[in-house]
Design a protein around this ligand. Structure first.
Ligand code: BMA
Length: 347
């Protein structure tokens, strides 16, 4: 990092989470208006990919990553891959959530010995009661949901894994419900899982997880939902709205040329998020642009984070494109909820 980048990081650290909560920060929310020609409910940033191929020395790609407000800046936990394609998590900093400066080393956990780190990918970040939690898919004799906590994004403490292998796409809710932490996840297998439904689990202490409930199933031919017929997985941290929890997710179809990952949305009951109220019966975003169609894994849009500006309702959704680079689409919470209600099939 350059001295200027370090200054960004230090400014963020000085103000910590407090400024983020007070709204007194100097962050600039990422945004572009919807181009007149676009009719869709979400629209791409014209600067995509905002994190292009080979974004820093020794790193071939950064994608499927999480960002969050922190102090008077933004912080991110990024999936970075070096030239052996082994995925790590790495912290990055930004004032505008578009231009990112990355730490030179991957995250090292303070209690590394407790459970040595293996591969780590597809992180999500959430702040709950002043503490930031990171969930990701970690290697522990197969993939499952790893968790760590931090307050400053400099020291990270590994916690116990939420679930047994095999599981992916662990996504925490931003607050407790009925005194319990809630996590969405997608039980899977040890490979490129050809199935997958979204479940909800709860925990009194972020260590012991139970009361697992099925939230929603993949599409299947019987439902006519081909874009999400193979598997589905939660994406960004759910957003609380007047209508319920807005859950943005990925849906996958298997084709003769491999999987195609698209993005959809659902609204879950506010008090009982295992209950789906609305669910998109068509995708919100599917690989169309060259950077989504061409890359190390073609035809992937994989959302992992969303920034929400509560004052305006604006939403910036971050997604990995083609397992190669990082992109943003914009919308508003109201527009996506409206779209979800108007194009809904719950099954
Ligand atoms: C999933 C995960 C994602 C990846 C996607 C497409 O199983 O590994 O990280 O983006 O496959 O390759």
């Amino acid at each position: 990092m350059t001295p200027a980048d370090t200054a960004d990081r230090q400014a963020a650290e000085r103000t910590g989470g407090a400024a983020a909560q007070s709204g007194a920060d100097q962050r600039s929310f990422p945004w572009q208006d919807r181009p007149a020609a676009v009719q869709d409910a979400v629209w791409r940033d014209s600067r995509n990919p905002i994190i292009a191929r080979r974004p820093m020395p020794g790193i071939q790609g950064i994608y499927n990553s999480a960002v969050a407000p922190f102090g008077d800046a933004y912080v991110g936990v990024f999936r970075t891959e070096d030239y052996n394609r082994f995925p790590h998590l790495r912290v990055g900093w930004s004032r505008d959530a578009i231009e990112w400066k990355f730490e030179s080393d991957p995250i090292l956990f303070a209690n590394q010995d407790h459970d040595p780190a293996d591969y780590a990918y597809d992180p999500r970040v959430v702040q709950i009661d002043g503490v930031y939690y990171i969930t990701w898919c970690g290697g522990h004799n197969g993939p499952t949901i790893s968790i760590a906590r931090t307050e400053d994004f400099r020291t990270f403490e590994r916690m116990d894994n939420a679930f047994l292998p095999f599981n992916r796409n662990g996504v925490l809710f931003p607050r407790k419900l009925g005194g319990k932490y809630l996590m969405l996840s997608r039980p899977s297998d040890d490979g490129h899982t050809p199935f997958g439904d979204i479940y909800l689990s709860e925990s009194p202490d972020m260590v012991h997880w139970g009361k697992h409930r099925l939230v929603m199933r993949r599409g299947g031919g019987e439902h006519g939902q081909w874009w999400q017929r193979t598997k589905i997985g939660a994406g960004p941290i759910p957003i609380e709205t007047a209508d319920g929890w807005l859950m943005i997710y990925h849906g996958v179809i298997d084709t003769c040329n491999g999987f195609v990952y698209s993005m959809g949305a659902a609204v879950l009951c506010k008090d009982d998020p295992a209950r789906v109220l609305y669910r998109t019966n068509r995708h919100l975003l599917t690989p169309d642009e060259d950077y989504e169609v061409f890359g190390h894994v073609p035809n992937v849009v994989f959302p992992c984070a969303a920034l929400h500006d509560e004052a305006t309702g604006r939403l910036a959704i971050y997604y990995g494109a083609a397992d190669t680079c990082t992109c943003v689409v914009y919308s508003t919470v109201d527009r996506i909820v409206e779209f979800t209600k108007a194009n809904s099939t719950v099954f």
